[in-house]
Design a protein around this ligand. Sequence first.
Ligand SMILES: [Zn+2]
Length: 257
Amino acid sequence: MLIDTHTHLYSSKFDEDRETVISDCIANGVTKLLLPNIDSNSTEAMLALADKYPSVCYPMMGIHPCSINNDTIEKELAHTKEYLFSNRKFIAVGEIGIDLHWDKTTLDAQIFAFKQQIEWAKELNLPIAIHAREAFNEIFEVLDELNDDNLNGVLHCFTGNVEQAKHIINYGGFKLGIGGVVTFKNGGLDKVLNEIELKHLILETDAPYLAPTPHRGKRNSSQYIPLIGDKLADIYGCTLPDIAKVTTKNAIELFGL
Ligand SMILES: [Zn+2]
């Protein structure tokens, strides 16, 4: 049994064949799909999918950093708060974080929203799914300040260096989410993982983005999780079932599945 800890399966990219994708996932042993939210525009589609497949799809609630700017922040935070503190069950606060690839002018707003959502995660005892793009230092500054014994989560789509991996692991409650990038030729992530124990990892696709080799450049989908597991089996000198056993246990414990 494998778990995709990060897929945007509610994306319109799957409107034509979402049911087929889910049955292909289950046929490939990928039996649980965790859905990070993007913003108030995606909540409805995400929750509809979770309601349709309650034993397969598990929703998170949060605001992607690229959806944060001075005009949106108030509305988005109010929306996320309303859902997080409703009767609806979410398995994590996500995806949240900082992204400086597209727009550096929104950094202050991104930091404010990131901190606020971490505080809510603490209040609700939920893990956080962190998106970090060209922003490790900024993310670490926030976590150095707010991390405590109860905070846990995942640095999703981890593609950093050994030092950054260790920094995250040293917080105590955090895993690294490993996706299709690990299969890319010259990606370099395999060399980083040589220094990191398997017990710190969980699997993810970030579908529909970042499809693993040999599907690179095409639509990504959770049924490719075994391709990521196969690559990790190469790196750690073990079998796919060994990878499944450890990463699935990690995901179950982290998200309380
Ligand atoms: Zn994502």
